[in-house]
Design a protein around this ligand. Structure first.
Ligand code: DHB
Length: 307
């Protein structure tokens, strides 16, 4: 069985969409609801509706994608209105919140606390708003934000982290997170501010921010696995980890389970292949578990072997 849970919320399978692609409109969210995805995750919302950054702002690459979308979304009130009808799909609804300030996040956490959303994921790692640093790289701001936000809701609250690349950063961030009543982390977000150059046109492949954008897909899987595993070794047992980054198939999902992920989210593969990816990855994972003699995904989570 692929049954798992995040923050005491039961998931019927191991794979859901990541906040990002194909989850902004009512139509897109209902399509996820009708798919085999374990949950419906909404596009990160802001207080006001946003059109996002100038185009071209997304480019498929050989091993993934680069994007600088700029938080195009309907504004949080639209997602508040959508929660009840999305819950009719009988799976958890995960609302992603990405305020442009702490005050914005406070407003939205309060608002969704008053909704029937199953889980709240506060995004501390959007790299694509010019002039707004990624909160996840400012440890003091993470601590301040959690002090405020955790007091505003009894719902399972999680945060979406940016990738870290130094063991001391895993240590420091885990030490902070362990002091708060958070239910989960989702890691990783795209690798921020990378640059892909087209030698033919002699330009960057996307326009916003002079071409700097978030790197996604197969390029980032080793970084995602490292972040999941490093945090699994450091966080309280009751803080679940949602693995994200370069999951295209059942084997990728299995590797994230070994590293310590209680569930995974899929962005680039969903963007590139559509909602059929959830059934396919879940099926491939189930077949792999059976071939390896595991009765359930829970037997695998966090069981990476040592040499
Ligand atoms: C966007 C990109 C991200 O990686 C993120 O976490 C939030 C928003 C975006 O550009 O829309």
């Amino acid at each position: 069985t692929l049954q798992s849970s995040i923050g005491q919320v039961t998931l019927d399978s191991y794979v859901m969409n990541a906040s990002g692609p194909r989850c902004s409109s009512a139509e897109e969210l209902h399509l996820i609801g009708r798919s085999n995805a374990a949950a419906i995750v909404t596009k990160s919302c802001t207080i006001l509706p946003r059109e996002g950054n100038a185009e071209p702002r997304y480019r498929d690459l050989e091993l993934g994608a680069i994007q600088s979308m700029g938080l195009p979304n309907l504004g949080y009130n639209a997602y508040l209105d959508l929660v009840p009808e999305l819950l009719e799909h009988n799976k958890p609804v995960v609302v992603s919140i990405s305020g442009l300030s702490l005050a914005d996040n406070e407003t939205m956490v309060k608002a969704f606390d008053g909704s029937d959303a199953s889980l709240l994921e506060v995004n501390f790692s959007c790299p694509n708003i010019a002039g707004k640093p990624q909160t996840a790289y400012d440890f003091e701001q993470v601590e301040n934000s959690l002090t405020r936000l955790c007091s505003l809701t009894d719902k399972p609250l999680g945060i979406k982290l940016a990738p870290y690349f130094d063991m001391s950063h895993f240590d420091s961030m885990a030490e902070i997170l362990n002091r708060f009543p958070i239910a989960f982390i989702s890691t990783i977000n795209s690798i921020g501010n990378t640059l892909i150059i087209d030698p033919q046109t002699e330009r960057a492949v996307i326009k916003p921010k002079g071409g700097f954008g978030g790197l996604c897909g197969q390029y980032v899987k080793p970084i995602g696995l490292a972040n999941v595993h490093a945090f699994r070794q450091r966080l309280r047992d009751d803080i679940d980890i949602v693995g994200v980054g370069g999951i295209y198939n059942g084997t990728d999902a299995f590797e994230y389970a070994l590293a310590g992920a209680s569930a995974v989210q899929v962005a680039t593969s969903f963007q590139q292949q559509g909602e059929g990816c959830f059934q396919r990855i879940n099926d491939e994972l189930a077949a792999l578990l059976e071939a390896k003699g595991y009765a359930s995904i829970k037997e695998v989570i966090g069981q990476l072997k040592a040499f």
